[in-house]
Design a protein around this ligand. Structure first.
Ligand code: PEP
Ligand code: MG
Length: 446
């Protein structure tokens, strides 16, 4: 019926967007006139569908999260990082999701803001406006609590604090450096305030996601420079754009992929768009003049990729020098170890990298062939699985042989037992997402 109404309006000479508006009015009027309460209410559904259609046709995307009430608990089947980027997180108290996992980017962003996320929840029993109690430590959700449940919750909340830990030392007694992961300048400040010794992973894609256009060199430079200044004499590791997988940009339409996590993501995308990469590299090199800045490449699979990026870095350096623009020269370029291919060629890669950072969130999924966001394979997605530990040991040994530092910036490092194992295995640093956790670890290591 919608189709026919649209065709008729177009035949009357309306533009497609006008035709949708006409169809919306005509069909909503039709439903509103029906003598049945249920069918009459469908007029709103018609308007909703037409609004979405009109927005698609006109390229307008309304922010569905504008005007969130304070203390909101977001309950959803699934969320993407772009959804979270569109929210005012100061208004969100918790996320309750059916799909996803602790290493999904939604969880990572939420954790960096201290917002609890529960996954695998049957959300059907939750209604709009229900009061919810979310215990992020224990992973307990109480829907429409009674008085006794409210009291028990307050009691638990009053006594929950992160446990203090033993100092994190390598087997030779050297302390493991504790860095922080960040997605914004706010995160950097919070992480440094909590005691981080530097930023081990600055995810630049969130800067891109929070913009409605490709950030220019000047826009990127302003953020990276400020980040370098905030870090002072502590290192700032800026990761080049890691778009792809579950991270998309509204203004950058890329071909749809059957398996986006095995597709054009991270450095692969950057190398397909060398102009975009060069802009980012120039901004990073310029920020290098204001602090201790390292550049890190995500999703490296081959030495050729690393060499090609280093060529672009050299080109950018020559350009900046020719333009007399202040910049860092010889800025350390390191790589993330996230793919089995990188582990198996870690010896070669180590000879050409300034440092390694093991991205266990991805490494685990690729080693175990278990999607990091799929609760159905969570059993296999195990940071301490023998194959994962072996992959880490190979990487640490290769770094040691080449004399370069090796760290871990995946969520594995946020788990107390896992990070003890990482320290014993010989990693030089770990980089954590949670500022409060860093506080507790640092409190003990000092
Ligand atoms: C990782 O894969 O471990 C990592 C830190 O990168 P991201 O979570 O952004 O993919
Ligand atoms: Mg990764």
């Amino acid at each position: 019926m919608l189709r026919e109404t649209l065709d008729a309006a177009v035949a009357e000479g309306k533009t497609p967007v006008e035709a949708v508006e006409v169809a919306s009015e005509r069909l909503a009027a039709l439903f509103s006139g029906i003598d049945d309460e249920y069918l009459r209410a469908r007029a709103d559904d018609v308007k909703d569908v037409c609004r979405a259609l009109r927005d698609c046709l006109s390229g307008y995307v309304e922010n569905p999260f504008a005007g969130l009430p304070g203390d909101a608990v977001i309950v959803s089947e699934e969320l993407f990082p772009s959804d979270v980027a569109a929210m005012d997180l100061n208004r969100v108290r918790a996320f309750i999701l059916r799909k996803g996992s602790l290493t999904s980017h939604v969880a990572i962003i939420a954790r960096s803001k201290g917002i609890p996320v529960l996954f695998g929840v049957d959300i059907n029993s939750i209604g709009d406006g229900d009061r919810l109690l979310v215990d992020g430590y224990e992973g307990i959700l109480t829907v429409r609590p009674d008085e006794a449940e409210e009291e028990a919750f307050s009691e638990r909340a009053a006594h929950q604090t992160p446990a203090a830990e033993e100092p994190l030392l390598k087997q030779d007694g050297t302390p493991v450096r504790i860095y922080g992961n960040a997605g914004s300048l706010d995160d950097i400040r919070a992480t440094l305030n909590a005691g981080a010794e530097g930023i081990g992973l600055f995810r630049t894609e969130f800067l891109f996601m929070n913009s409605d256009h490709h950030p220019t060199e000047e826009e990127q430079f302003a953020v990276y420079r400020q980040a370098a200044l905030e870090c002072g004499n502590r290192p700032l590791t800026i990761r080049t754009l890691d778009i792809g997988g579950d991270k998309t940009l509204t203004y950058w339409e890329l071909p749809r992929e059957e398996n986006p996590f095995l597709g054009i993501r991270g450095v692969r995308l950057s190398l397909d768009y060398p102009g975009t990469l060069k802009t980012q590299v120039r901004a990073i090199l310029r920020a290098g003049a204001f602090g201790i800045v390292w550049m890190m490449l995500p999703m490296i699979t081959t030495c050729a990729e690393l060499r090609r990026v280093k060529e672009i870095v050299r080109e950018a350096e020559s350009e900046l020098a020719a333009e007399s623009v202040p910049h860092a020269s010889g800025l350390p370029v390191g790589i993330m170890i996230e793919t089995p291919a990188a582990v198996l060629t870690a010896g070669e890669l180590a000879r050409e990298s300034a440092f390694f950072s093991i991205g266990t969130n991805d490494l685990i999924q690729y080693v175990m062939a278990a999607d990091r966001g799929n609760p159905g394979v969570a059993r296999l997605y195990d940071p301490m699985a023998q194959a994962v530990r072996k992959a880490i040991e190979i990487t640490v040994a290769a770094a040691g042989e080449a004399g370069i530092p090796v760290g871990v910036c995946g969520e594995m490092a946020s788990d107390t037992e896992s990070r003890k194992w990482l320290a014993s295995c010989g990693v030089d640093n770990i980089s954590l997402s949670s500022p409060s956790l860093i506080g507790s670890v640092r409190g003990e290591t000092r």
